[in-house]
Design a binder for this molecule. Structure first.
Ligand code: C2E
Ligand code: MG
Ligand code: MG
Length: 540
């Protein structure tokens, strides 16, 4: 914009030009009044010609007037050009060059104007905030040009569907805001329209012979004369609703309701609390007993993480693991609890095993096996006592990667088991191709075993499947003697569940082991402290 403003040098020049022109005209009138009659009289032979000096002054005046005229015409041309440039610059400043939509800066003023315009008509405004669901993935997988094509297509589709008088703005990388006037007596219209927006914008886009798809989540808020919200608040509410739509599974619509605000606040407190908790060591291991059903003996423990939060108290992993995964804190959290567990387990009888759960996010880390080995070496813990649990649902992410990870863990002597089996629909072919050491049947099949013939059949088939594949089976969630009795008919099972006690922290676990003479005494601990030599990793 600075380039459009007239420079002070030019203004001064124009002023001088104008002043000179005005002076020249005045002088021309004065000198012309004296010189011209003399020239005319001399021409017709009635007198002497004009004074030489006055004649020269008049000629100079004529030259100055001509010069001023030319400058005036140039000035007029400049004004036209600079007006055009100013209009273009204003448009550039208000619109997004990629999509032609309004940009973030201009949406506020444009929406204010719209709000003013519809007020006398007793209409309301709906604020729809749309966010593409897998835009980053499109950019990463297909290039930024493909991402641009998706954005342009989204803008075009929005413009095509919105009623006249609506505004469309691109307010972030993959975020669009639509501001739509509507009749407040017919709010269903907005629901229908937004359903169409989500459906249409999420359609595939053809790009370079490929079909690319990016679904969209939409959050909605509406101007309400009672609340008297400003534009920014309305957009913020739509944003909260959009976030809610994402969390509910994406590719959907959500209207803002006030409860969402407190939910969002809780969520951000949770995120901040988890980050703080990881560095403050608030995540601790609890241990659940694992029993060999044939002998009834304790054979090991499964470590289950707990968050002892100063504000929330004891929090279970179902709450904090998904959040830690989303905010990228899971690896650090997991390493911290595994490190503590390895230290705790060194106090136990060396025949007891330790099982730990691993998130699918960690499985995607190519250095995961190395990191785990480092923890084992640091704790001087023998790899053969460690068992890694991978949930069945994580197998679908990238089977090749999971296979090579399992192989490299097994090469280190670590055992790997398939957790929550029966909930993730893995195929027999997948199961055969993955070298698991053990299958853990999900507790949903076990807890209702005495009453459900169907579950008995399922458990029976899983046990015989395990036998066929050479993978022993653990039954999770054994809560009662009835369930235990129902499991009696199956061979070679391990079991765990509340029947044997709830998961306990390290000190309670150790005290229990002492009573069973399964805790190491000081002398034995020293003897057990032979350094662990990592095996050389074979290629996975
Ligand atoms: P999981 O690995 O299947 O662990 C078993 C869960 O079932 C535990 O819940 C345990 O407390 C519960 N459970 C055990 N016996 C019974 C029973 O008899 N009845 C019932 N109703 N429940 C029983 P928890 O501790 O809440 O853990 C939930 C899930 O969180 C675990 O499922 C595991 O997948 C995950 N998890 C726990 N710790 C970690 C961790 O350190 N890292 C990762 N990535 N995930 C973890
Ligand atoms: Mg588990
Ligand atoms: Mg499980």
């Amino acid at each position: 914009m600075a380039g459009l403003m007239p420079s002070t040098g030019r203004t001064r020049r124009d002023l001088i030009t104008r002043a000179t022109a005005v002076a020249a005209v005045i002088m021309f009138v004065v000198t012309g009044g004296q010189v011209l009659p003399k020239v005319l009289r001399a021409t017709f032979g009635h007198g002497e010609g004009p004074d030489q000096i006055l004649a020269s002054a008049m000629l100079l005046n004529i030259a100055l007037i001509l010069l001023g005229w030319r400058r005036f015409k140039a000035l007029a041309r400049e004004v036209v050009v600079s007006r055009k440039v100013a209009a273009e610059a204003l448009e550039l400043a208000e619109t997004d060059p990629l999509t032609g939509c309004l940009n973030r800066r201009s949406v506020n003023a444009a929406a204010e104007k719209l709000l003013e315009a519809i007020r006398p008509e007793r209409r309301a405004l709906a604020f729809a905030l749309l966010d593409l669901d897998n835009f980053k993935h499109v950019n990463d997988l297909h290039s930024h040009q493909a991402g641009d094509a998706i954005l342009r297509a989204a803008a075009e589709r929005l413009r095509g569907l919105l009623p006249a008088g609506s505004l469309v703005a691109r307010i972030g990388g993959d975020e669009f805001a639509c501001i739509i006037p509507f009749d407040p007596r017919l709010p269903d219209q907005i629901d229908l329209l937004c359903a169409r927006l989500v459906e249409q914008v999420g359609q595939v886009v053809e790009w370079n012979g490929m079909e690319i798809e990016a679904t969209v989540s939409l959050g909605l808020s509406r101007s309400d004369s009672a609340a008297n919200d400003d534009i920014q608040t309305l957009l913020h509410k739509a944003d909260i609703a959009m976030f809610h739509a994402k969390r509910e599974g994406r590719n959907r619509i959500a209207w803002f309701v006030p409860a969402m605000e407190s939910e969002l606040r809780f969520r951000s407190e949770l995120e901040a609390g988890i980050r703080r908790g990881v560095s403050n060591g608030e995540f601790v291991p609890y241990y659940e007993k694992q029993i060999d059903l044939a002998t009834g003996e304790l054979v090991g423990f499964e470590m289950l993480a707990r968050w002892i939060s100063p504000s929330l108290g004891r929090v279970g992993p179902d709450i904090f693991i998904p959040v830690a995964e989303e905010i990228g804190a899971i690896a650090e959290l997991s390493e911290s609890v595994i490190r503590q567990a390895l230290r705790d387990a060194r106090e136990w009888d060396p025949r007891l095993t330790l099982a730990v759960n691993i998130s699918p996010v960690q499985l995607r880390d190519p250095w995961f096996a190395q990191k785990l080995l480092k923890l084992l070496v640091e704790a001087n813990f023998p790899p053969h006592r460690l068992e890694i649990e991978i949930t069945e649902s994580s197998l679908h992410e990238n089977i090749g990667l999971v296979r090579s990870m399992i192989t490299s863990l097994k090469n280190q002597g670590i055992r790997v088991s398939l957790d929550d089996f029966g909930t993730g629909y893995s195929s027999l072919a997948q199961l055969r191709s993955l070298p698991f050491d053990r299958i853990k049947i999900d507790r949903s099949f076990i807890s209702s075993l005495p009453d459900s013939e169907e579950n008995r059949t399922i458990v029976k088939s899983i046990v015989s499947l395990g036998q066929g594949l050479g993978m022993p089976v653990t039954a999770e969630g054994v809560e009662s003697e009835e369930v235990l009795a129902a499991l009696g008919g199956f061979e070679g099972l391990k079991a765990q569940g509340y029947l044997y006690g709830y998961p306990e922290p390290a000190d309670v676990t150790l005290a229990g082991l002492r009573q069973l003479h399964l805790a190491l005494e000081r002398k034995e601990k020293a003897a057990a402290a032979t350094p662990v030599k990592p095996r050389r990793a074979r290629s996975a």
